[in-house]
Design a protein around this ligand. Structure first.
Ligand code: GKR
Ligand code: MG
Length: 436
């Protein structure tokens, strides 16, 4: 390169594009998904002309942290990943989200979102974008930058939800899935997932109906798909006795029970009285939470999510800690698009001891910002060997979903499943846990 010119991997521009993506009326303990869910698309451009893509949560608290970090990245190298957390701590320090009370969101499905957790989620999107740009420069896929893949395909599970046929008032984008509000409805949904994508494992989002009805749904799945791995996740909605009751009822058909109850202490109590493995994406979401949970044997499976853990490299570190303690690893997901799915697939391909099929919401997302959607076959995704993540941004789609975000009056820019539920049930308040 000409004398004095910056190295090609120097970051010259960072673009943040918040979008609103269609989300079906999926039910959970807090309420129902909004008609549109916010996500943030990150583009990191280098002096050498590469653009790396990242994706993370798009709610206002995340955007407020992402903006100063985007500015601070200019002039750095996409390869400087170990100091990214330090930079984030430095530049996000004055953000209202980072200086507010510890619990900035009063808990919820993602657990208590402290300032540190928010920052890690933002960081994860930038780390992925830097890895994508780095890979494009180096001519290497992201998995190679993580040390190389140990498998050519990553298996995913079907993510079953109780759901309405449509959002209240016909808002949002229509789909043809119909309602699923009882065991036959869940089995029909599972069949469609299996027939369309070949998924073998099934996870049911619970915490919506009385435990007896959710037990019946799992039994119906077990009868319809004998021998297929099944999971149930009520997002901490149950008391310890209810969790133990469900564990007893379903221990012959579940591969694990996910977050039956809230808090590490309650999970430890349940775990001490059942042989059914307990999984979590709620009580272990940071390195600081590992010691208590693992020493108390509160969880037997940790569901990694690179958005929570601060990126793909931290996810591999988590895998190493889990391996050390004999705790299994799987993968959690929240509403996400294809950039995140590609990132999940790259990191999952590098983890030697991935014991279970990964979760993904992706089949529920009919919209994406990619030129080509990722396609599940036989319940799996192939691991891309194309440089970077192996996905291409569709600028028209990005612009359209951003225009929707711009047009929103602010009500959907922050995910709020309880508010969405109040459109159907004005008296709805998020149930106190344990609900049952
Ligand atoms: O999308 O309703 C949902 C899920 O409940 C999600 O918010 C959870 O984070 O899928 C997640 C989980 O496994 O807990
Ligand atoms: Mg979960």
């Amino acid at each position: 390169r000409p004398a004095g010119a910056p190295p090609p991997t120097t970051i010259t521009a960072v673009h943040l594009t918040p979008v609103l993506v269609a989300d079906p009326p999926l039910l959970n303990v807090q309420g129902v998904h909004q008609p549109h869910t916010p996500r943030l698309i990150i583009e990191v451009t280098t002096a050498g002309g590469a653009t790396g893509l990242g994706e993370t949560y798009g709610d206002t608290v995340y955007l407020d942290l992402a903006r100063p970090l985007a500015d601070a990245l200019i002039g750095r190298q996409v390869t400087e990943l170990n100091t990214l957390p330090l930079l984030a701590a430095e530049v996000c320090g004055d953000s209202p989200a980072a200086t507010g009370a510890e619990d900035v969101t009063a808990g919820g499905l993602r657990g208590v979102r402290t300032a540190d957790k928010l920052r890690l989620s933002v960081l994860s999107g930038f780390e992925v974008a830097c890895l994508d740009a780095w890979g494009r420069h180096a001519g290497l896929p992201v998995h190679a930058l993580l040390g190389g893949k140990v498998r050519d395909h990553v298996e995913y599970s079907a993510y079953l939800f109780y759901r309405w046929a449509a959002h209240p008032g016909g808002r949002g984008e229509p789909d043809d899935w119909g309602a699923a509000l009882d065991p036959p409805g869940i089995v029909t949904q599972a069949r469609r997932f299996r027939d369309t994508y070949g998924f073998r494992s099934f996870k049911l989002k619970g915490g919506v109906f009385e435990p007896a009805q959710e037990i019946a749904a799992i039994r119906a799945l077990a009868a319809a798909f004998p021998g297929h791995p099944l999971r149930l996740d009520p997002n901490g909605a149950w008391s310890v006795p209810t969790s133990l009751h469900v564990a007893r009822e379903l221990d012959d058909v579940l591969e694990y029970l996910e977050d039956p109850t809230s808090t590490t202490a309650h999970m430890a109590e349940v775990a001490s009285r059942t042989d059914l493995p307990l999984a979590t994406n709620m009580c272990v979401t940071t390195f600081a939470e590992i010691r208590e949970a693992f020493t108390r044997d509160a969880v037997q499976v940790v569901l990694a999510d690179h958005h929570y853990w601060g990126g793909l490299r931290n996810t591999r570190e988590l895998a190493a800690v889990c391996r050390t303690f004999g705790v299994a690893l799987s993968m959690h997901s929240n509403t996400h698009l294809g950039i995140s799915l590609a990132a999940m697939t790259h990191v999952a391909a590098t983890v030697p001891d991935l014991a279970y099929a990964c979760d993904t919401h992706y089949p529920w997302q009919t919209e994406d910002v990619l030129t080509e959607r990722l396609t599940f076959r036989d319940g799996r995704l192939p691991v891309s060997d194309t440089p970077g993540l192996g996905v291409t941004l569709d600028r028209d789609r990005l612009a359209a979903l951003h225009a929707r975000w711009l047009a929103d009056d602010g009500t959907l820019r922050d995910r709020d499943d309880a508010a969405a539920m109040r459109a159907a049930d004005p008296g709805w308040v998020v149930p106190q846990v344990p609900r049952w």
